[in-house]
Structure formats: structure tokens, C-alpha cells
Write a protein that binds this ligand. Sequence first.
Ligand code: ZN
Length: 214
Amino acid sequence: MSLQIDTFELPPIGTNAFLVRRSGSTGAVVVDAPLNAFATVERILVREGLRLEALLLTHGHWDHILDAHRFNAFGTTVYGNEGDRALFETPELMRSFSIPALEMNPVTIDRWLEDGDELKLLGTRVEVRAVPGHAPGSLLFYFPNEGVAFSGDAIFRGSIGRYDLPLGDFPTLERSIRERIYTLPEETVLYPGHGPATTVGEEMRSNPFVRAIG
Ligand SMILES: [Zn+2]
């Protein structure tokens, strides 16, 4: 069974939201909630009669959670990591790194996830990996049966997440990438929070910021 993944690059700074479906299931899962994510996916859910099982938040930075409160209001179960609790509860903390006058609403996390947790969504297994360093609460969601992972802002195609933001840390990010991302099967397709998809093997071979060995 394969996943159908729709990628939406959304405002205000081009952050990816993903609508994930699986053949044989009427469920749907959304990963991250930039601005307009709710209206964007709701249209598809209604048109195709899908049931939204979860909103998975890769971390608590404002550009990934601007629309999360709309999923709260819709009754969607929202998942995140405790390390970013302050950012979920008070997105304003990142105000100076965002855009003036942008409306920011707190997000309620219904279920806190930790490294090693396992979820059953869309009738398949989802492995949760903590990948701190860009944000303390950064998570990666790995679908082992489908060979797909949503990696948030830990790693991008040919690049890595910023570690100079408050609570960011390069050695921590480097360790996350080496121990929790480069340890996935090389053919795993990575869907990052910004930019195009890549694979674990491609980054291990060519990512200039974190070498596979060293
Ligand atoms: Zn971020």
C-alpha cells in the first residue's frame, strides 16, 4: 500500500503542509499547519469524503502552526512534542522572527509524543523520532511500511535547519541528523518543512552540512 502525499507550499514564508492518504483507507492525516492549511485541506476532505485522523506538528515554530488552532476548533486530534510546549502555547515568543501584525493563536496539543512512540494512523504504523536542534521539540514522523518520513526543519534537500534561532543548537541538530535520520533506510523519501523532497541516501552522500561519516 502506498501513500498519496499532496504538498502545499503555504504563506507567509513558503512552509510545506502535507495531506497524507493511503489507498484502502478513507482517513487522512495532515502534517504541519502553515497559514491557509485548514481551508486548503478541508476543501479536499469534503470533496472526497475523507475523515481527518490527525494533525501532526513537526515543531512549534510560528510558520508551521499558524492554522493549527483551526484544526483544534474542527476537533482534530493534534500531536506535538513537549519540548516546544512554550511555543505552542505562546507563539508570540517568536514574534520578532516573524512578520509584523501577523495574527498568532495558541495551539492545544491533544497528545504529547516522545522519541520512540508509535502511532497507528491510516491503518499503518507511524514511528516518532525526536530530532531536536532546530527546535527543542522537533519531531520526525516515519512511515516504515511506505518508506516515507516527514522531517520538519531538521534537514532539507542539500541543507539543514537553522540552529541560530532561540533554543537552537548545532551539535544537537548534527547528532539528530546522524543518529535519527541517517539511520533510516537510505531509500526513505524525506518530506521536509521547506522545499522539495529528497532521500536519506542522497543527503548522506551530498549534504554539505552534516556528513554521513565524521
Ligand atoms: Zn522551524
